[in-house]
Design a protein around this ligand. Sequence first.
Ligand SMILES: NC(=O)c1ccc[n+]([C@@H]2O[C@H](COP(=O)([O-])OP(=O)(O)OC[C@H]3O[C@@H](n4cnc5c(N)ncnc54)[C@H](O)[C@@H]3O)[C@@H](O)[C@H]2O)c1
Length: 384
Amino acid sequence: MPADERSARAAADVARINAFFPIMPVLGNRWAATRPFEGRTIAISAHLTTLTATTLRELILGGGKWVVVGASEATTDQGVVNLLRDAGVEVYPLGSRDEPYAQVLDHEPTLLADVGGELIASLVQRRPDLARNVTAAVELTRTGVTRLQSLNLPFGVVNINDSQLKYGVENRHGVGEGLWHAVQTLTGMHLSGRRVGVIGYGPVGRGVAAYARAAGAAVEVVESDPIRRLYAHYDGYPVPRQDDMLRRVGIVVTASGKRGVLPVGALSGAREGIVLVNAGHGNDEIDVAGIKAHSAGVDQVAEKVVRYRLEGGPTVALLADGHPLNIVMNSGSPEPVMLHFALLGLTLEWLTRHPVAPGLVQVLPSIEEEAATLALRALGMGHG
Ligand SMILES: NC(=O)c1ccc[n+]([C@@H]2O[C@H](COP(=O)([O-])OP(=O)(O)OC[C@H]3O[C@@H](n4cnc5c(N)ncnc54)[C@H](O)[C@@H]3O)[C@@H](O)[C@H]2O)c1
């Protein structure tokens, strides 16, 4: 696709996102009037998707110099790169240069925003001389927060991963909805009448279970924590043992955040043809290596759909090689992510006016309330 066409497609996607959930344009109008970022250099590590473009196009209206590094080659949309460059943002996609993080840091940022902690860790460990310029930073992800906990941070980093809004909206509704879109896109399966098992009943498992039930599936929940198992019971789900559940369900979804929660040994008694889906972290909740090592036959049914005939056991269908399916398929509504990005923008704006002590700090409840109020207005429910 020619560069102009890619950029036009990205711009059309940004317009579509803003048309039905205009949370960012409201903030953009405010930042254009108040110019909170004037005189600052803001470095951002982000997935270069149209969701990020929707956010950055409004942030830059608040003044300042914006420098962006792509967080992953796999998620980089070249149309977004072109669109951001046209808007005056310096963009360093991963893979295109030797040292994109170092190049971003050469701009001597005063504020940082990160997904995964790589940008902040690069500054702290490789360019500590630049730390004195930095007033504060923001981290968006669990991986990044965990990584930053092991560093001696010379400036304050606001953790917006552990916000109430992320748990209550993105983890629960964003994943719950997006995951089933992705399953249907890959397999064509209709959920009503199917038996579904969910392993882990945190916000992610709760959403996955609720959206499956809403689509007509009979859902069972396996949860190791007795309190959450009780919640699942009162939400109306059977809460059997895992081996019992696996004998019955046609689809099982892992949502525990724990490595090896579905070991190959547990699948020996599973229902024939069971579909294995991961909604949790990384690709190690389902024992993918064990499945491959113990399979007597492999059949690539479709893209990202592989059936393995287990030795002495059933045939299992593994989706997306055990990676979190909604992320691999980039599926679901953009609203939960836009809400998280609004929280990012509001936090950056707040940091231009307020000092924070060095180390990790939680996002303020008042900023979360403001983001929630803006989301309600974007949904046409701005009363109260
Ligand atoms: N796919 C996505 O887009 C996406 C988005 C957000 C979070 N996540 C990931 O999803 C995972 C779950 O997120 P969460 O917010 O619900 O986390 P959480 O930690 O609140 O919930 C996980 C639940 O799994 C349970 N569990 C752990 N081991 C178990 C086992 N062996 N058997 C049964 N239950 C078990 C825990 O008791 C807990 O209740 C995390 O790894 C998170 O990083 C994925």
